[in-house]
Design a binder for this molecule. Structure first.
Ligand code: APR
Length: 239
C-alpha cells in the first residue's frame, strides 16, 4: 500500500476479547441497565448516586483488562503503514493507548477522565467519583462526572472527524453494531468522498449494506490478518 490515509472506527466489539462487556450483545450492558438511567444527563440529574455507582463499577472493571491482539495490530498498522492511520473510537477504555496507538480520537470520551460540570476542568481520574468529590481546579463538590458522552450529548471532535472522513482512502469499521449516530453514519460519509469501506465484525451490523466489503469473525483473528494483508500490499481496493 502507498500513502493511503486509513480511518478506522472502533466499537465495543474490539475490546470484547479483553473482557470488557459490549452494549447490545445478549449479555451486554444494556441488557442489565437502562441507558436512560445511567447514560443520559436526565438520568444523572434524577439520580447522580446511581450514575456514579455505574461508572465506578465500570472504571474498576476497566482497571484490570489488557489490550488484545486486535488493538496491537492497529497500533502496528499506524507504525508501519506509510500513509496516515487514524482511529476514531467510540470506546471509553484506554486499550488503544496501551497498545501504542497515538493518532486516536475518543469521540465518546474516556472512562479514566473526570469532568467538572461547574468549571469545565477535565483531568485523568482512576478512582471512584461521588457527589462529595471536590473539583481539583475550582474546589466545588457535587459537579464532578465521568468525562464520557451521554445519549443526547454531542460527541467530541466531530469537526476533526469529518475532515478525516473526507480525506480517507480506506475506511474500516471494527466491532461496532452500527446502532448509534453519528458514528453509524461515518461509512456513508467516507464512501461519498471516495473511500473504500470495509466492516470487520463478529456478525453483520445494522450498516452492513453500506460497506463495499465485510469480513466476519472475532476481532483478535480478523484484524491482525487484515492488517498483515494491508501491510503486504495485497489488498487491491478500489474506491
Ligand atoms: N470481535 C468482533 N466483534 C465483536 C466481538 C468480537 N469478539 N464481540 C462482539 N462484537 C460485535 C457485536 O457483534 C456488535 O456488532 O461488536 C458489536 C458491539 O456492538 P455494541 O454493543 O452496540 O457496541 P458499539 O457499537 O460500540 O456501541 C456504540 O453505543 O451505548 C453506546 O456509547 C455507547 O459507544 C457505545 C455506542
Amino acid at each position: 500500500m502507498g500513502q493511503e490515509r486509513i480511518v478506522i472506527l472502533t466499537g465495543a466489539g474490539l475490546s470484547a476479547e479483553s473482557g470488557i462487556s459490549t452494549f447490545r450483545d445478549r449479555d451486554g450492558i444494556w441488557a442489565k441497565y437502562d441507558y436512560r438511567d445511567v447514560a443520559t444527563p436526565e438520568g444523572f440529574a434524577r439520580n447522580p448516586v446511581r450514575v456514579h455507582e455505574f461508572y465506578n463499577m465500570r472504571r474498576r472493571a476497566h482497571g484490570g483488562v489488557r489490550a488484545n491482539a486486535a488493538h496491537h495490530a492497529l497500533a502496528r498498522l499506524e507504525r508501519e503503514h506509510e500513509g496516515e492511520v487514524w482511529i476514531v473510537t467510540q470506546n471509553v477504555d484506554a486499550l488503544h493507548e496501551e497498545a501504542g496507538s497515538r493518532n486516536l480520537i475518543h469521540m465518546h470520551g474516556e472512562i479514566f477522565q473526570a469532568l467538572c460540570a461547574a468549571c469545565g476542568d477535565r483531568r485523568r481520574w482512576t478512582g471512584d467519583l461521588s457527589l462529595e468529590t471536590e473539583c481539583a481546579a475550582c474546589g466545588k463538590a457535587g459537579g464532578m462526572r465521568p468525562d464520557v458522552v451521554w445519549f443526547g450529548e454531542m460527541p467530541y471532535h466531530m469537526e476533526r472527524i469529518r475532515t478525516l472522513l473526507e480525506d480517507a482512502d480506506l475506511f474500516l469499521s471494527i466491532g461496532t453494531s452500527g446502532n448509534v449516530y453519528p458514528a453509524a453514519g461515518f461509512v456513508a460519509e467516507a464512501r461519498s468522498c471516495g473511500a473504500h469501506t470495509v466492516e470487520l465484525n463478529l456478525e453483520s451490523s445494522e450498516g452492513r449494506s453500506l460497506f463495499a466489503e465485510a469480513i466476519y469473525g472475532p476481532a483478535t483473528q480478523v484484524v491482525p490478518a487484515y492488517v498483515d494483508r494491508l501491510l503486504r500490499g495485497d489488498i487491491p481496493h478500489t474506491p
